[in-house]
Write a protein that binds this ligand. Sequence first.
Ligand code: FBP
Length: 365
Amino acid sequence: MPLSKRPTLTQYLIDQRRRFPGASGDLNALILDVSIACKAIARAVAFGELGADSASSGGAVNVQGEVQKRLDVVSNEMFVRQAEWSGHLAGMASEEMELPYQIPGEYPRGKYLLVFDPLDGSGNLDVDVTVGSIFSILRAPDEVVTSGRDVVEADFLQPGARQVAAGYALYGPSTMLVLSVGNGVVGFTLDPNLGEFKLTHPDLRVPEDAQEFAINSSNSRFWEPPVKRYVDECLAGRSGPRGKDFNMRWIASMVAEVHRILMRGGLFMYPRDNKDASRPGRLRLMYEANPMSMIVEQAGGLASTGYERILEVKPTNLHQRIPVILGSRDEVRRLEQYHAEYAAGTDKPFESPLFNTRSLFMRGI
Ligand code: FBP
């Protein structure tokens, strides 16, 4: 399709809104505000080391206990400044802000909550690897909207199934915006000449057949048996129970991993491990796992903790972490089955005929 014929994000949103004649247009306007913030972040990231110490550490430590890079802070500011004034939000929450953000008094307040990771994978900035932004849109509780009061943490603690919209921006060789408003998943590519997101992927679906899995294998000694069993079987390839060879990928940028799964299928895992018993996984529920789970499910995939659907988890705090297993439907179901067998004590640890080794995680060891 010629570039000039491709709808812009604005045209797509207007077309989608025609399906809901009673819609106010507030959600469309909020999504466009987010898209502008993402365009601004894409420009800031593109400057690399030419930016004002962009990739160097900002020095501060965020609520996660992670040293903030200057672009983490800059990106967070871009989301806040672009979205706070429009009158569509009751409040915001971010990986980079310990407490919910109150809409300043000079601006009207609206009916949505915006939750975001402004720069996911920022540890990759100094090696110029793809990073991204992740966002989730929830409805504010009616009482918040009618009273106009400040938001509190509890207002955000809604299961991911209640998200109105979710998406991510990908700052890679091209800049993309991938979005779901609950009617499938669409992808837009930023036209560098026009500065507009143009529709390039009108119906993203997670391919069912999988030949790739993504996990940080340096944590393998901490994995629970079901994960070890799944990975061992993939590594055994065609000589093992899977009967086919697999590729392994690990970009250490969730946005890039999820995008690969939308394009090629496969499985992404950041599972619970016993490296730090206080942390049930690395990734955060509200602004990483939930929005990505909505995207993956809307594209025909699944997203699970290993024991339950991520979108049904009732959040307990704004920055809580959660195990994440998402991707091609059959692969997620297989890993859920392994978790269920492990919990029931009926799992069959994998034995590799090639190396005559049993899984390190034999029961009872
Ligand atoms: P940040 O949001 O702080 O970047 O952390 C999230 C993340 O970078 C994910 O994007 C990625 O999948 C994961 O952490 C990488 O973890 P690890 O560095 O342990 O491989």
